[in-house]
Design a protein around this ligand. Structure first.
Ligand code: PLP
Length: 404
């Protein structure tokens, strides 16, 4: 797949540097006790993931287990509606229903090569927990998923899925009993079990090398888009690539091979919740300030004295108080344009896609659809939209909010 030259790609200012930074963002702000784990990863991850036997196993699982390549679908009626040319990258068709499994497969193969025998993860809504429990079942490794007590109550079906797959779901009972508390518990577990355990982080967040590693695993998305778009249009570059951003992993994957292509506009769509300035929002690039979140220097929503502000979005996957360091850098340098969509706009976009194309998207992905209105793309321009997941998991919300 990639040769040793593209391992580094230091020709691009949007690649991580040797110290783990994207511009001023990134790094590894970790407690002393985590140094051995993080250093082991930093020193080995590129050699391991670009090893031929790793690539063979990774690509074979992506093909036969996940169902890749996912289609690039020309959405005819959606295109007519928005008066432009729209292609959907169908990550919703991945096994387990979203792009997250691309990363968990990559990380579990890495863990095995590091000799790890136990996997831990954190999860908010449970989507990353399910994707992690799935690959642990596949590889016969014990799996502990930390989840806030409040989230365990809110997301009962995903808790049951993880348990069916053989994972243990451990409640985080401190603080607000949500994602950031689950993350703290997972970190504590890793410090206590540095030798046998790998911590699978679910997005392009956390200490270096996680943001870069996760982006590389997800980069299969834009690798496929280039090939598929060239086949369909004769040109591998669209005018726009659009993706929703929670922590930023599906967007990082969709943007990755376009980062250095300055004529391709990268559009990141955040969740505005009730409205960017409503006090109930997750539009973290607009509202955030620089600080350290989840062991990484990035933009996140915080109080005057640096406490994390609880975000709000109707979509669990976008309900995160920060963005990964790559996205903070893309925002800072204006390489990407950041738009947002409200809860209500996303819900309407769900119905729009269902009625126009017969595809029921995840609420997260619907934010990207909703932003098409604000893009003002011209009639002959080409827009690739990363449809990160399918809507099955959101059916209860759709029944309630759309009064079905
Ligand atoms: C988790 C999730 C997201 C948000 O996570 P990113 O890391 O920003 O991609 C988006 N879409 C779906 C379907 C998800 O499950």
């Amino acid at each position: 797949m990639e040769n040793s030259m593209s391992k580094i790609q230091s020709n691009s200012i949007f690649q991580v540097d040797e110290h783990g930074y994207y511009g001023q963002f990134g790094g590894a702000y970790i407690p002393e006790m985590l140094h051995p784990n993080i250093e082991e990863l930093q020193q080995n991850y590129l050699d391991i993931i670009y090893d031929e036997s790793f690539q063979t196993e990774f690509l074979s699982l992506l093909k036969d287990y996940v169902g890749r390549p996912t289609p690039l679908y020309f959405a005819n009626r959606l295109s007519t509606h928005f008066k432009t040319q729209i292609y959907l990258k169908r990550e919703d068709l991945c096994h387990t229903g979203a792009h997250k499994v691309n990363n968990t497969i990559g990380q579990i193969l890495l863990a095995k090569r590091l000799g790890k025998t136990r996997i831990i993860a954190e999860t908010g809504a449970g989507q990353h927990g399910v994707a992690t429990a799935t690959v642990c079942a596949l590889m016969n490794l014990p799996c502990v998923v930390y989840m806030g007590e409040v989230d365990i109550e809110r997301q009962a079906p995903n808790v049951k899925r993880m348990q069916m797959l053989g994972a243990e779901v451990r409640p985080a009972k401190s603080g607000s009993r949500t994602l950031k508390d689950a993350t703290n518990e997972a970190m504590r577990d890793w410090i206590a079990n540095p030798v046998d355990t790998h911590y699978i982080i679910g997005s392009v967040v956390g200490p270096h090398p996680f943001p870069d590693m996760v982006a590389r695993f997800q980069s299969v998305i834009s690798k496929e888009i280039k090939i598929q778009l060239k086949e369909k249009t004769g040109n591998e570059n669209p005018n726009y690539v659009v993706a929703c951003v929670g922590g930023g992993s599906n967007a990082a994957g969709a943007f990755y091979h376009y980062l250095a292509e300055q004529n391709v506009q990268l559009i990141a769509v955040e969740a505005a919740g009730h409205g960017v300035n409503s006090g109930k929002s997750a539009a973290t690039s607009q509202l955030g300030r620089v600080g350290v979140l989840h062991s990484s220097k990035t933009l996140f929503m915080q109080t005057e004295d640096g406490q994390v502000v609880e975000p709000h979005s109707i979509s669990a996957g976008l309900d995160y108080p920060g963005i990964g360091p790559l996205h903070a850098h893309l925002f800072d340098t204006k390489r990407a344009t950041f738009l947002s969509a409200t809860d209500e706009e996303a819900l309407q976009a769900v119905l729009l896609l269902a009625r126009l194309e017969g595809i029921i998207p995840a609420l997260e992905s619907a934010h990207a659809i909703a932003a098409l209105d604000k893009l003002k793309a011209k009639e002959n321009e080409i827009v690739v939209l990363n449809l990160s997941g399918r809507g099955d998991k959101d059916l209860d919300t759709y029944i309630r909010e759309l009064k079905l």
